[in-house]
Unconditional design. Structure first.
Length: 309
């Protein structure tokens, strides 16, 4: 992340109609969208996004942004993301992604998986389990994004999915697609994405439904000169068969080395606020998010290391 005083001028003003068209597309689609699993896909990837309430559809954070909006990768430099999450119920999440660029195009292969270990197996109400087993979910795939000009990008992603609990397993595929207008007007970015559209094979007695998600949001950056940069993000999500979610957050980036973040989310019973810290030196950025869960579920800790190549 660059020092505030060395930041290049904001992108030249583009048509405000472009932002209006993106938001109109989102409003129309969310009004017409009705839906319903492979719930690990709903866990936000990236400590920066997690600290901002999970809002990431309009952000460019590095390869982990491919999990929020594939179009974002058209504006990200070549780099690597390593993300580790500790979710409630001792669920661990790992994301590994790499962004490669050639001209207007970016390709981002990535792995994304979760594991919940030492689940006790019983066939009767006994004090001691027969054995223990793991619940495993993972996806592997990639995204392709293209800068189509005037700070507008489109992207698409494809993943192979696997879910396994004890001896039962299911596999399938999913597709993501997104559009991002990046800093098109005085630091304003607007993004729209459709995620997790696809299907899974039969798991035990039925086929899981993917948490197909439609999301749209905006991010606005304001340069404070030698005092740094402040950014506000806001996002809405419609998840198949679930309550709509509304997310937002504020990030303050000092001229050198550090960023502070706070976020909130409405529509989740187990979470409402989140906090985070970012440390950056040169091409390296380390992000941390702390999530105090409700319903006596404990705490969540998320770490992400990003470095540009």
């Amino acid at each position: 992340m660059k020092r505030a005083e060395n930041r290049p001028p904001l992108y030249p003003p583009a048509s405000r109609g472009k932002c209006a068209a993106l938001m109109l597309l989102f409003v129309v689609a969310i009004a017409a969208y009705a839906g319903t699993g492979v719930s690990f896909l709903e866990i936000p990837v990236g400590a920066r996004e997690s600290a901002l309430g999970g809002a990431g559809v309009a952000l460019v954070s590095g390869p982990s942004s491919a999990a929020h909006n594939p179009a974002a990768m058209a504006f990200a430099p070549r780099g690597v993301s390593l993300v580790h999450n500790r979710h409630f119920a001792d669920t661990r999440t790992l994301f590994i992604g790499f962004n490669a660029r050639r001209g207007r195009f970016a390709f981002t292969p990535n792995y994304w998986g979760t594991r919940t270990g030492d689940i006790e197996y019983r066939t009767a109400p006994t004090s001691a389990p027969i054995s223990t087993f793991d619940a495993v979910n993972w996806s592997v795939g990639g995204t392709v994004a293209a800068d189509v000009g005037r700070n507008l990008a489109v992207g698409i992603g494809l993943r192979y999915l696997l879910q396994k609990i004890h001896v039962e397993e299911s596999s399938g595929w999913s597709v993501d697609a997104g559009v991002l207008a990046h800093k098109v007007w005085q630091g304003l970015s607007v993004g729209v994405a459709l995620q997790h559209a696809g299907s899974m094979s039969r798991f035990a007695s039925e086929s899981p439904k993917l948490p197909t998600t439609l999301r749209g949001g905006a991010a606005y950056e304001h340069d404070l000169g030698k005092a740094g940069v402040v950014m506000a993000v806001a996002e809405a999500q419609a998840v198949r068969d679930n309550t709509p979610q509304f997310k937002g957050g504020i990030e303050y980036r000092a001229p050198e080395y550090a960023a502070l973040r706070i976020g909130w989310v409405e529509g989740l019973e187990a979470q409402n606020v989140s906090f985070g810290l970012g440390l950056f030196i040169g091409h390296f950025r380390l992000d941390y998010a702390f999530i105090p869960y409700r319903e006596n579920l404990g705490e969540g800790h998320r770490f992400a290391l990003n470095f540009d190549i």
